[in-house]
Design a protein around this ligand. Structure first.
Ligand SMILES: Cc1cc2nc3c(=O)[nH]c(=O)nc-3n(C[C@H](O)[C@H](O)[C@H](O)COP(=O)(O)O)c2cc1C
Length: 372
């Protein structure tokens, strides 16, 4: 009888990570969304209140520039936490949906929004839940943010790693200057407070026009020690790219200088090593798929929202031509709410790699010389 030597298991595409594994479930207008986090080390203190800040940062309805759906996003911890600490068993988190308005989606059920996942889900599954976009809705990213809270906390406590993001472009607009302190002070996660009035009027005009616009989000992890990541198929940059690309509406990911490297020379791009540390960080903190000890830097491009009020050509279920106008509550620029999601995905990847590094190379310790 043939013996199977297969060592990798087939993991469903609703799960993410190897040792710190997150599985999400739920649809936009179903009764609830949730996740199961498997592989979290025991003993990490975690309380319901600690999810509040990041869930609020991702939430809709916080300003007139995002979707007006208002979800309470009250998290329930169903398992894996005892007397305020993780137990090492699966952590199940649940959020009940409370502000569905499915009648807005009657038209979507009969036709395919150009630029959305309606047509591809239909072709793949032959059945779809059109209410609020079903599983293809960014409502699912709420649970990534929730799981990311645990990863961020463990990374900070265990390794002093801090993961932060910001919006670095809306349409043609880029920040005039950069200040981390400004990022959390405006509804755009924008690093230059002076630009905020310009963004406000830009978004107001866009909303009135019924159209949408793309955006760019940057995410940075400080304090990552050298050695995390794996050649060849488990590269830290490869896993980061996949994680960020898995976010709804992301069409491009860059690590470090990204596509700018095309026009660079080697003498310019290489990050020279001095006694005081690396002289630059064009690599984005990763070489050979492994962290250098510098900041890990990534960037992602989000497309303009496809659900807009401007009519677009499509077909209906009967195969007839139709003009689609999408009503309902939508984000005119999905990038405005994407910063906490990008942070969460980076934190999940880093935590997974921290545990993988510890599992295989935990005995190696710090090597000399260590670049400061
Ligand atoms: C934070 C966030 C909010 C989003 N909100 C909307 C929305 O209101 N309306 C919409 O049509 N798409 C929205 N999207 C994008 C869709 O979820 C996405 O375009 C769709 O699932 C198709 O997948 P794809 O664009 O990755 O191919 C949002 C994406 C993100 C990240």
């Amino acid at each position: 009888m043939p013996v199977s030597l297969q060592t990798t298991s087939l993991v469903s595409s609703n799960s993410f990570g190897q040792l710190f594994t997150v599985t999400t479930f739920g649809e936009s207008h179903g009764p609830a969304i949730g996740c199961v986090i498997d592989g979290c080390p025991p003993g990490l203190p975690i309380a319901v209140e600690e999810f509040r800040a990041d869930l609020d940062r991702r939430a809709t309805g916080k300003s007139r520039h995002t979707s007006q759906r208002r979800e309470a996003d009250e998290i329930e911890i169903l398992s894996g936490v005892y007397e305020g600490k993780t137990t090492g068993t699966p952590i199940a988190l649940l959020i009940r949906n409370t502000d569905q308005r499915s009648k807005d989606y009657g038209d979507i059920a009969q036709s395919f929004r150009p630029g959305h996942a309606d047509y591809t889900y239909w072709q793949k599954y032959g059945i779809r839940d059109p209410r609020g976009g079903g599983r293809s809705s960014a409502r699912e990213t709420t649970m990534r943010v929730a799981a990311g809270v645990i990863a961020k906390k463990w990374l900070a406590e265990r390794h002093g790693v801090r993961v932060r993001g910001y919006l670095s472009q809306i349409g043609e607009i880029t920040p005039g200057s950069f200040d981390w302190a400004a990022v959390e002070q405006n509804p755009f996660f924008w690093p230059d407070a002076h630009d905020v009035p310009t963004l406000e009027s830009y978004m107001d005009a866009l909303r009135k026009s019924g159209d949408s616009v793309g955006a760019r989000v940057n995410v940075v992890a400080d304090g990552v020690p050298p050695g995390w990541g794996e050649p060849i198929y488990g590269k830290l940059d490869g896993d980061l790219a996949a994680a960020l690309m898995s976010i709804n509406a992301v069409k491009g990911v860059e690590i470090g200088d990204g596509f700018e490297v095309v026009a660079q020379h080697g003498s310019q791009h290489r990050d020279e090593i001095t006694m005081d540390g690396f002289a630059s960080n064009h690599a984005g903190g990763i070489l050979g798929g492994i962290s250098t000890g510098q900041a890990v830097v990534a960037s992602m491009a989000l497309k303009p929202t496809s659900s807009i009020l401007i009519p677009g050509r499509s077909v209906n279920l009967a195969g007839e031509p139709v003009d689609v106008v999408t009503k309902g509550r939508h984000d005119p620029c999905v990038g405005i709410r994407a910063t906490p999601i990008a942070e969460a995905m980076m934190a999940l990847v880093l935590m997974d790699h921290a545990l993988r590094h510890r599992a295989q190379c935990g005995d190696v310790g710090e090597m000399s010389p260590r670049i400061p």
